[in-house]
Design a protein around this ligand. Structure first.
Ligand SMILES: Cc1cc2nc3c(=O)[nH]c(=O)nc-3n(C[C@H](O)[C@H](O)[C@H](O)COP(=O)(O)O)c2cc1C
Length: 225
């Protein structure tokens, strides 16, 4: 199956890397990502010194390698030999790894599958960015990440407010990974809570156990220094 991803970058991804998996009548699309390049980047102290929020973005999408590096930095698997799916680049309470990273781009929405070899799974074909939040941040950026907690991965020992607390803290660790990656790569980013959760949850077909915790817009800065 050929997948039309619209934008040139996504077309490049589709041409080189798309694997289409027919699932009954519906077709699910899985998009391979290049392995993350884990050897580069600015020194940590320099990235920390340069970390900041930016709210205006150039239209240019992220190249596949930058996207792969970004997602791995966010919540990729950095210790595949560890139990379960492996250790991750961000910590999580009880190592529950309950946050899923969703992507909204011009060509649709995707879920990041971190288990090596990491990849994207298409969730929908509609561009959900316009109207996704009250500030127009998602519309302004080529990519918005959504951090979605799934109660199914959280223990019943914890009550609802504890689970929400853990999910917020765990999403915050991922947010900071992305901020530092963006500082290292001179990308623009801002975390935001002003997201229309219910509307997006419906559009993404999230389960009743899933909650959008936080969003983060990413792109190249409008004014490049
Ligand atoms: C949990 C969280 C929620 C945020 N929500 C928003 C938001 O809804 N809208 C926004 O413009 N910025 C939001 N921000 C970005 C903050 O406003 C920003 O980090 C703060 O002003 C400090 O600026 P700096 O990141 O450049 O240091 C959020 C940041 C965090 C960590």
């Amino acid at each position: 199956m050929t997948v039309s991803l619209g934008h040139a970058v996504w077309r490049a991804l589709a041409g080189a890397l798309v694997v289409a998996i027919a699932a009954g009548a519906a077709a699910q699309t899985s998009i391979a990502l290049p392995p993350a390049q884990t050897g580069g980047g600015k020194p940590l102290m320099q990235a920390l010194a340069e970390r900041h929020s930016t709210r205006s973005f150039a239209a240019q999408a992220l190249p596949p390698q930058v996207l792969a590096n970004l997602l791995w930095s966010a919540f990729g698997v950095n210790r595949p030999a560890s139990a379960g799916m492996g250790g991750r680049t961000a910590p999580s309470a009880h190592d529950q790894q309950e946050i899923d990273v969703y992507l909204m781009v011009a060509d649709g929405s995707f879920r990041y599958i971190a288990k090596p070899p990491h990849r994207l799974e298409r969730v929908g074909t509609a561009d959900l960015r316009a109207g996704a939040d009250s500030q127009g941040l998602a519309r302004a950026a080529p990519l918005t990440l959504l951090y979605v907690a799934d109660d199914r991965r959280m223990t019943d020992r914890d009550d609802e407010s504890t689970r929400r607390f853990y999910a917020a803290v765990d999403a915050g660790a991922i947010v900071q990974n992305v901020y530092l990656f963006c500082a290292s790569e001179q990308l623009a980013t801002v975390a935001f809570i002003s997201v229309h959760r219910e509307r997006l949850a419906a559009a993404l077909g999230l389960a009743s156990t899933q909650r959008i915790v936080l969003a983060q817009a990413v792109g190249y800065p409008k004014e490049r220094s």
